[in-house]
Design a protein around this ligand. Sequence first.
Ligand SMILES: Cc1ncc(COP(=O)(O)O)c(C=O)c1O
Length: 372
Amino acid sequence: MYYFDNSATTPIHPRVSELMNDINIRIYGNPSSTYKIGKNARSIMENARIQIAKAISAEPNQILFTSGGTESNNQVLWSMIQQKRKHIVSSTIEHPAITRVLKFLITYGLNHNLADVNEDGIISIDSINKNLNNDTILISLMLANNEIGTIQPLEQVISIAHNQKIMVHTDAVQCLGKIKLNVSKLKVDFLSLSAHKFYGPKGIGVLYARHPEKLYPLILGGGQENNLRAGTENVSLIAGMGLAAEISTELLNEKNTMVEKIEQQFKSGLKTFFPKAQFNGCQSKKLPGIVNVSFPGNKSNILMAKLERVGIAVSNGSACGSGDIKPSPVLSSIGLNKETNLSTLRFSFGIFNTKEQVDFLLSNLKSILVCS
Ligand SMILES: Cc1ncc(COP(=O)(O)O)c(C=O)c1O
């Protein structure tokens, strides 16, 4: 298998799966139990909380474990129904774990507006300003987009928001290990992460909260996670995520250099035999490894099927929409017409990709692509 879909999910780092297996076998205690095996489980969990906090320059008591990016996003948005002010500003290129929740929350009296992005996928500060009103309580803006990789000017948005006592949430699910995250400098109020995007396991994530008392639980029951998420914690997933965060942030520069080299090899190689390739999103301000390309004259679902036949995995649109050949709303937002939208693929490279794999990808694309 030639895997170029690291933005959908990453393979688990071997050190992470080794650690999780060991914990599952040896340290099966309930972290709320007071005897030794329970205490051991708790200390493993709290160590992971410290690892995550360190990875994003937060305090451990600001880290809440959730089931992933979707739940973290939901918890922030749902918490807003308890606030007096009832309006949220977000953007037209957010993940469905934001946009679908926002639509649903209208029933609960929370309204929203979506700010526009430009043709590079960068949020327009003007559009943010225009959409704010006296009732706005939160701006939710992704730090980097999962389809085109564009990084948003979040510092600017936070300073505008805080001047008006508006909180800011960022979906940073695609970012850990790719760009430096420092929440204490950024002063963002809430931030979502998901372990399976940084070589950790699926089904586990983080919600960082600058002031955790602003959050309300989505799941009620026992008092776990400081009464913010009930249910016995999955210690091995949490520990795996902690280690994955540590590995990803420690190797950030080294990994990025490697992934950027592979990206350059791919982009320049592609241009030699398919000069009409159009790279979408801001190429100078984006996450390393995400390459979103339109192939005029070629249908993305046909390309994907042909690549799959030779063992190559890539995606069109976001993974959550795969199998669905509707145009991507993100690509529509940056101005792609329907035809171009449906001839676009996302290649996302990761630390386990090699130069030889990219050579294989390029030679297959060369024989598959129709150059009219
Ligand atoms: C930007 C973004 N937000 C949220 C999610 C959802 O995360 P999870 O799969 O952990 O629920 C994803 C996953 O594709 C994503 O890319």
